[in-house]
Design a protein around this ligand. Sequence first.
Ligand SMILES: Cc1cc2nc3c(=O)[nH]c(=O)nc-3n(C[C@H](O)[C@H](O)[C@H](O)COP(=O)(O)OP(=O)(O)OC[C@H]3O[C@@H](n4cnc5c(N)ncnc54)[C@H](O)[C@@H]3O)c2cc1C
Length: 488
Amino acid sequence: MLLTSSRRVESGRDMSAPVDAVVIGAGPNGLAAAIVIAQTGRRVIVFEAGSTVGGGCRSAELTLPGVVHDICSAVHPFALASPLFRTLPLIAHGLTWITPPVMVAHPFEDGSAGCVYGSIDRTAAQLGGADGAAYRRVLGGLTGRWAEIEDAVLGPLRFPRHPLAAARFGWSALRGAEGMARRTFQRSAARALFGGMAAHSMLPLDRGPTAGVALALTVLAHRDGWGFPQGGAQRLADALASYLRSLGGEIVTGMPIASLDDLPPARAVLCDLSPKPLLRIAGDRFSPRYRRALGRYQYGPGVYKVDWLLDGPIPWRNAECARAGTVHVGGTLEEIAASERDAWEGRHAAQPFVLLAQPSAFDPTRAPHGRHVVWTYCHTPSGSALEMQPRIEQQIERFAPGFRDRVLASHVMRPLDYERHNPNYVGGDIGAGAVTVRQLFARPTWRTYATSARGVYICSASTPPGVGVHGMCGYHAAQQALREVLRD
Ligand SMILES: Cc1cc2nc3c(=O)[nH]c(=O)nc-3n(C[C@H](O)[C@H](O)[C@H](O)COP(=O)(O)OP(=O)(O)OC[C@H]3O[C@@H](n4cnc5c(N)ncnc54)[C@H](O)[C@@H]3O)c2cc1C
């Protein structure tokens, strides 16, 4: 069965020539889906609206010429840990990973900082006393068992290969991080460190599965590291695209797809789209019931991002912060929890939790000698237009007095700038959908990758395992398409 019409559109390519599969969107999941299909020798073509590949994994000279900033993703624990990416020859296709000496630092107002190092022992030793012992017990144990639960975390809901290990992880993971931090740790440093990891979820920290997000991200720091591609996130996307082309896959950029009718005939169409843009281009193919289900999909808060160019490194009060790839700027667990609750409930945090990455401290290719790029964002209400830059600066100044004096240039992206940049990020939700417990599994509906239209699949971060640059949504969607409609 061929799903699409043979209408020709202005693409510079013959749109009537049939292929086995079409992928809409060259984000990490779209590229991953195309790679999995191309690896079987089938003909696959990717159409990407943007002028470059990568989706949420792209870089650009946002401030000044010659200075490389990451527009979306900057730090890539999921890419390093991805069961798909680790099988691909990405190094041979130009990718070099950089791992900083400190994965995450979390400064406090007294000048101290909590850190996550690659080593569990070093991390536990720095926390000291009962908290160090608790850290070693909880995170050490989980890191050791990760291979047994990886498929449950990075795949669709199905019976796990190691049910006991998965159940034990699920018991803690589906809870709120705030409660777990208080039960597990006695001192505020360890509690805040755990809260900062959990705040990546963009959920209030008393809700599940924020504990799971904190546990998974911390385990990945110990197992694979929170590394980043030399030269910027774009290099990872470029390596995926280069490998896809080496398999015979085709990529057409600058080609927004307005309707499935515009595609060449294909047996499978994989959409690297979240439900709202998917409904726009494919809604007429779906049953009314499925359309309603997609319409109920819940998006989360937005992000407000500032990229900076500095005339030197950030003047952190604590020296370990200068050695960290990522710095969580937000103070205590209580402050972080208040900030995340504000964004979720439609308020602007007076002291927002700021995620900060400083790749040029370890990658001189990002900026001219002596200059540094800094990537920061905070969570805001969906679609918010309020300028958060002064609040972000204020937060950094608390832990790095003199930061403002180093700024040469900055570039802002507000929640709606993100939606314009990429329609998947509705209201600026960079997760392409809230990571609530329900949407962890029934993502975007109980059908996950399949839709009500045979042969049309969703392969974006709006399917399990969700947000992050790992390609596993694309992998699972492609496997399902290969089983169902690309068998011969
Ligand atoms: C500010 C920000 C910071 C982030 N930080 C990190 C991080 O540090 N680490 C991490 O792992 N993840 C991070 N993420 C999340 C990560 O970028 C996403 O989860 C990931 O990119 C999702 O990949 P995807 O392939 O599902 O979709 P996307 O990356 O969203 O790609 C979808 C692609 O489809 C294209 N497209 C959409 N509509 C059409 C159409 N009609 N026709 C043709 N093409 C279309 C888009 O242009 C885009 O290229 C961040 C995201 C943002 C925005």
